[in-house]
Design a protein around this ligand. Structure first.
Ligand code: UN1
Length: 512
C-alpha cells in the first residue's frame, strides 16, 4: 500500500518542492510511500515555528511534560506491531529486530518519564554567610535533529524524547528512505498531546537540509543540532555548528573491533561475531568491522565463523532470518565499492560475494526483486588496508590476527574511530586492560559490538563523534544548559574571594 506523506510544521502539512519514492528493499517494485520533499526555506521556517512554540512548551511544568513522555511510551507500545511492520517493510530490517527497535523507544520513554520529576538542580553552600547558591537546568530552545534510516525510529527517539522532556522544541529531518516509519512515529508522538509546533517533521534531501540548517543557525532559531550519520557529513555539520559557536551532538560511523583472546569461549565469540557482523545486514553504526583474533586460535575461529555465516539465513525480513536486504539502493551502490577493496593478499572464506541474483544465488535463494547481498568474511586484512581502516557499512567483516594483548589494543584503535568494541576472554585482568586501552566510547566483554542498552551513555570518540553522549542521564547535558544563581540576603555587598572569613591554622604543628 503506497502512502502520500509530506512534512508537518506547526501541525499543518507543508508544501513540497519535489517527490521521493521510498521503496521496499525486499521487493523494489513496491513503493511504501510517496514523500513530498521540502526545500531549505521550509526547513528554516519550521525552525522559526518551533522557536515560537518552544516558549509556551518550556512553561509547562517538567512533571507534566514527563506525563506526555509516558503517554508517548504507551502509544508506541500499543502500536508496536504496526510500527515494527512498517520498519520491516520500508528498510528490510528483520521483524524481530524491528520489534526490538520499537522496544527501544519505549525503554527511552520509561527512563525519561521519571526525569520530569527530577531534572535536578543543586543547592550549594556559599563562601559567605547569608548567601545561597543554586543551579538550574534550562532548556536550550530548538533542537534540529537529522537522523539516519538504519534505526529509523529508535535512534531518533534518543534525541526527541529527552529534548522534549527538557522543554525544547524539535525540528526532525529523518532519512528519506525511511520516511514512512518516521512519519508514523511522529504521529504517535503528537497523539500524546504535544502542542502544534513543539515537534515538527521535515522531509528534505541532504543539500536542502544543510542549506536550511545554515539559514536557521544564521537567524538564531536553532540552539542544538543532533546528527546521526556518516563521519564525512558529521564533519560538515560540526564545522557549520562550530562557526555558530554551537557544539552539535554527533553520532557517526564506526570500525568496531572484536578482540578474541586465546582463553575465549570460541563458540560464544562466533555467535557474537555473526550477530554484530551481519545482523541488520551489517548496517548498524555498532556493527562489527574487524575481528582481531589471537594467532593461536585464528584458524579454529575462522573455520567456525565461516561455517556459521554459511548456515545463516538471509532472506525475506518478515521471516526468521539473520539479515534481510540492504536498506536502500544507495547503500548497495556504496557497498559494491567496498567489495572492490578486497585485495589479492586477502582470502574470502565465505564463498560468493556481491548481489544475490539468479546467476549468483545463495543456495536456493535468488534474491528475487530485493537488494540482497552475500555476507562476506575476509581473512588476512592488515593495517593500512582500506578494509582494515575504513567503515564498510554492509555485510562484510575482516579478520586480522595478533600475538600480544598490547598489539591487539593497538590494532583495535588504529582506524581512529571509537564507537563500540568488544573482547572475548575469561580473564578479568585482560578485560580491564582492554577497557583501559581501547579508545571506544563503549565496550562489551563476552558480548557483541552491537546491542547497547537504552540507559547507558551511547556515543563515540575520534571519527565516531565529538565526545557527545546520548541516552540515560548523560544526554541531559545536550538538551539543557546549566544556569548558576547566587542570592545574597545579607543586605550588603559581599565580594566573592575578598570578603571571606579566614580561619588560621597552625601549619607548623607536628606530632611529637
Ligand atoms: C545505530 O546504528 O545508529 O547498540 C545505533 C545498538 C543499537 C543502536 C545502534 N541499540 O546496536
Amino acid at each position: 500500500m503506497s502512502r502520500q506523506i509530506v512534512s508537518i510544521v506547526g501541525g499543518k502539512d507543508a508544501e513540497a518542492a519535489a517527490t521521493y519514492e521510498s521503496v521496499n528493499p525486499a521487493r523494489t517494485g513496491e513503493v511504501v510511500a510517496r514523500v513530498g520533499l521540502a526545500n531549505a526555506g521550509t526547513f528554516a521556517a519550521a525552525c522559526r515555528t518551533a522557536k515560537e512554540a518552544q516558549r509556551e512548551w518550556a512553561k509547562v511544568p517538567a512533571p507534566v511534560r514527563g506525563r506526555v513522555i509516558a503517554s508517548i511510551g504507551r502509544l508506541v507500545e500499543a502500536n508496536a506491531e504496526r510500527l515494527a511492520g512498517l520498519v520491516t517493510e520500508e528498510i528490510g530490517k528483520p521483524y524481530a529486530e524491528a520489534l526490538g527497535e520499537v522496544r527501544e523507544i519505549v525503554d527511552t520513554c520509561d527512563f525519561f518519564l521519571g526525569e520530569g520529576r527530577r531534572l535536578y538542580g543543586q543547592t550549594i553552600p556559599s563562601e559567605m554567610p547569608d548567601k545561597n547558591l543554586f543551579t538550574f537546568r534550562n532548556p536550550i530552545g530548538v533542537a534540529a535533529v537529522v537522523t539516519a534510516g538504519n534505526f529509523p525510529v529508535a535512534v531518533p527517539s534518543w534525541y526527541l524524547v529527552p529534548a522534549l522532556l527538557c522543554g525544547n522544541a524539535v525540528v526532525w529531518k529523518p532519512a528519506e528512505y525511511a520516511a514512512a516509519s518516521a512519519h508514523a512515529m511522529f504521529r504517535l508522538f503528537t497523539a500524546a498531546g504535544l502542542p502544534d509546533g513543539v515537534l515538527n517533521i521535515v522531509f528534505a534531501d541532504g543539500a536542502e537540509t544543510f542549506a536550511g540548517l545554515e539559514l536557521a543557525l544564521d537567524e538564531g532559531s536553532v540552539q542544538k543540532v543532533g546528527f546521526t550519520g556518516s563521519s564525512e557529513v558529521g564533519r560538515k555539520v560540526g564545522e557549520l555548528t562550530g562557526r555558530h559557536l554551537q557544539s552539535a551532538c554527533l553520532e557517526l560511523g564506526g570500525k568496531n573491533p572484536m578482540v578474541i583472546m586465546p582463553d575465549a569461549d570460541l563458540d560464544l565469540a562466533v555467535e557474537g561475531a555473526l550477530f554484530s557482523g551481519f545482523g541488520t545486514a551489517g548496517q548498524r553504526c555498532t556493527s562489527l568491522g574487524t575481528v582481531i583474533v589471537h594467532e593461536s586460535v585464528h584458524d579454529a575461529f575462522v573455520e567456525r565463523f565461516a561455517r556459521a555465516v554459511g548456515e545463516a539465513r538471509i532472506g525475506d525480513p518478515e521471516q526468521d532470518v539473520l539479515a534481510g536486504p540492504l536498506l536502500d539502493q544507495k547503500f548497495a551502490d556504496r557497498y559494491e565499492d567496498y567489495l572492490t577493496w578486497i585485495q589479492p593478499h586477502h582470502r574470502v572464506v565465505t564463498g560468493a560475494t556481491g548481489r544475490i541474483t539468479k546467476d549468483n544465488p545463495r543456495g536456493d535463494f535468488d534474491g528475487g526483486e530485493g537488494i540482497y547481498y552475500h555476507p562476506v568474511v575476509v581473512d588476512g586484512v592488515r593495517p593500512g588496508d582500506r578494509l582494515f581502516m575504513e567503515e564498510t557499512f554492509g555485510p562484510i567483516v575482516g579478520v586480522a590476527s595478533f600475538a600480544t594483548l598490547d598489539e591487539a589494543v593497538e590494532l583495535a584503535n588504529l582506524p581512529g574511530y571509537g564507537l563500540s568494541s568488544s573482547i572475548y576472554t575469561t580473564d578479568a585482568g585482560r578485560a580491564f586492560r582492554f577497557r583501559e586501552g581501547v579508545s571506544a566510547g563503549m565496550l562489551s566483554v563476552n558480548n557483541s559490538t552491537s546491542g547497547a542498552e537504552a540507559h547507558l551513555p551511547f556515543g563515540g570518540n575520534g571519527k565516531s563523534g565529538n565526545g557527545s553522549r546520548q541516552s540515560g542521564m548523560w544526554v541531559l547535558d545536550q538538551f539543557t544548559r546549566w544556569q548558576a544563581m547566587n542570592w545574597d540576603h545579607s543586605g550588603r555587598l559581599q565580594k566573592a574571594q575578598m570578603d571571606v572569613a579566614e580561619i588560621t591554622p597552625d601549619l607548623d604543628f607536628r606530632l611529637a
